[in-house]
Ligand binder design. Sequence first.
Ligand code: ZOZ
Ligand code: NAI
Length: 663
Amino acid sequence: AAVRQGIVDTVQKAVSDPQVKSVVICGQNGIFCGGADIKEFGKDISGPPLVPVFHAIESADKPVVAAIEGSALGGGLELALFCHYRITHSKARLGLPEVTLGLLPAAGGTQRLPRLIGVPAALDLITTGRHVTAAEALKLGFVDQVIDQNTVEAAVKFALSVVGQSLESRRISTLPCPCPDADALFEGVMQKVRQRARGAIAPVTCVQAIQAAVTLPYAQGMQREQELMATLFTSAQARALQYCFFSQRVVSRWSMPSGARWDTSKPKPVTKVAVIGLGTMGRGITVALAQAGLSVVAVETEQQQMIAGQRAVSDMLERAAQRRGVSSAVYRVRYSMKLEAVADVQLVIEAVFEDMVLKEQLFKQLSSICKADTLLCSNTSALDIDHLASQTRSPQLVVGMHFFAPAHVMKLLEVVHGPRSAPQAVATAMELGKRIGKVSVAVGNCRGFVGNRMLMPYSQEALFLVEEGASPEVVDRALEEFGFPMGFFRMSDLSGLDVGWRVRKADGLVKPGQMSRVRQGRRYCPLGDLLCEQGRFELPRGYRARQGLVSRRIDSKEVLERCLYSLINEGFRILEDGIAAGPEDIDMIYVFGYGWPRHRGGPMFYASQVGLDRVLQALEHYQQLHPDVPHLQPSRLLRKLVSSGSPPIHRWKEVIKKPHSAL
Ligand SMILES: CCCCCCCC(=O)CC(=O)SCCNC(=O)CCNC(=O)[C@H](O)C(C)(C)COP(=O)(O)OP(=O)(O)OC[C@H]1O[C@@H](n2cnc3c(N)ncnc32)[C@H](O)[C@@H]1OP(=O)(O)O
Ligand SMILES: NC(=O)C1=CN([C@@H]2O[C@H](COP(=O)(O)OP(=O)(O)OC[C@H]3O[C@@H](n4cnc5c(N)ncnc54)[C@H](O)[C@@H]3O)[C@@H](O)[C@H]2O)C=CC1
């Protein structure tokens, strides 16, 4: 509000003062403007409206120049678009990211950018919200000059040099917005955007707003932009997306049950890293590390895997080098078939088969080969990090670094701390995650950590629903309509049915050839195991007949409630156990690692939007119908939150009180 007031006061003064011949608008401390203060959204915003003042800038009879350093994003870029000229530092980033917050650029962005750079380019920038470099902005035509020197000084010089020149062609509102074949273009774009949006409304509304720039005169288009913004501003999706923006930053301020925190634990410098195992995960991890400029030693013991792995890594790095316009020689990867090659690294990431005996042996060997202060990390999906630590001479230097496939693409990294992990080890893994561009979330040690532990009840419910009569397609469709890129069954097919089978075998749940539907004292569905054993794909119908199960019609509401609420219920247990520090941590894990639709904010945020009492009631209802399914039993924390009046999500921590570790 203070900045807005400042802009209004100063612009009015500068425009009306006859002594002033030209004007430069710049930011402080090397940053032009990051746009609206997102923290103000949803609050009673005081202060003057900006758009009329922005129009006063444009219609001024003296040149107004934007000096853009650092960022010009959202409302910041819109302000710059009202100036007559834009001088930009080469390192600046520009964009209209409102769509990522569930909004549209409502200070004229949707009406003005297409007039300046054409409809297709504006559609791309506004519906994706992507940031562009100064060089790209120059190429697209929305900045006038890119420089490496002091931008403000250059802008002042420029502003003085154009005093007295005509400003007619510099006023974007007066430009036409040509768009040949507009109907066909918008029809095609709308279809593509809807498909990509997976239920998010902002991208679609952005297209409608840009269409108004083509079909309506400027003033009416501006009005239409306001009307469309009003439909988004208070939407649940906008709240969810803004929650994600802040949560992504909250999780970097990690804490451990011991009280260790991000701001009191210093990471160790890491320049040389080893990756053990060049399978699916090891390859992606190697690429992610090399791309961030680290020197990597990759160790693989199988000749064939070494050849295939080396080729895959080289191909991926070659493509990355081409994209960046550099030589792939900048990436430093060394390959070896001997574990001794890791002797001089500062950090090891183990990515061998998910087999505890194999990993135990490896950690013992690593502990004797590596230097005493080397950090030993495991990419295990679910195994006990503390048990691995106990195999080494420095258990405090062992943590989990759990990547998600494909590891060079997926943004999530779970950093798993055991009860003995040193804060410095966690800080080092978190810092390394940040360096390689991951959203890193620190979590406690338990079977499956946070993400995979919550996936367990979700996947079981998906199978139970098929037992009861739903087809796999019905389950997947409900989940995909909710916004997941893939339903449970398609996802399992893609990652390989044998992955879950191995985990269930390790848990002692698989009994080959047996059909019993109770295992370890609770309901169990052996369908997935039978598929793996028999390699068959049309199983449910015959299976139901043999089990004497009566099939019933299952609607998508039940699919969603049973799959999602049981997953959410496990999330509450994780919070209760102190495995995750807060709901934001769980939500970011699901948004960045499991395809949870960002516009629904993550599972815990979603539960808060649905209403905790409704989630509780639904769980109680299903638990009565399925008393043999323990994961449907509402968690204590969910009950406690409901009986505390269902406080908003940022106040849950007060109810959880002091987290205790289950370990
Ligand atoms: C006067 C104009 C008024 C216009 C009115 C019209 C309204 C509109 O049309 C609608 C809008 O503008 S919506 C806002 C559009 N802007 C954005 O989305 C930019 C978001 N920020 C970024 O991308 C990066 O933070 C950024 C690239 C900026 C910086 O990245 P860094 O990695 O350097 O730093 P971060 O860690 O991300 O951020 C540092 C701290 O700042 C907080 N923050 C960032 N942008 C914010 C924003 N726009 N509003 C409120 N807080 C914001 C961020 O949360 C972080 O805080 P801490 O975690 O507490 O340190
Ligand atoms: N595949 C996935 O989606 C994910 C897997 N993980 C975990 O990552 C780990 C690796 O999984 P994948 O890459 O899928 O397995 P994979 O089977 O593709 O690769 C494992 C590699 O390790 C090699 N290896 C075995 N013993 C070795 C030793 N002593 N020294 C060096 N190399 C050795 C094997 O030859 C093989 O190339 C597992 O713990 C798994 O649970 C974690 C996240 C996701």
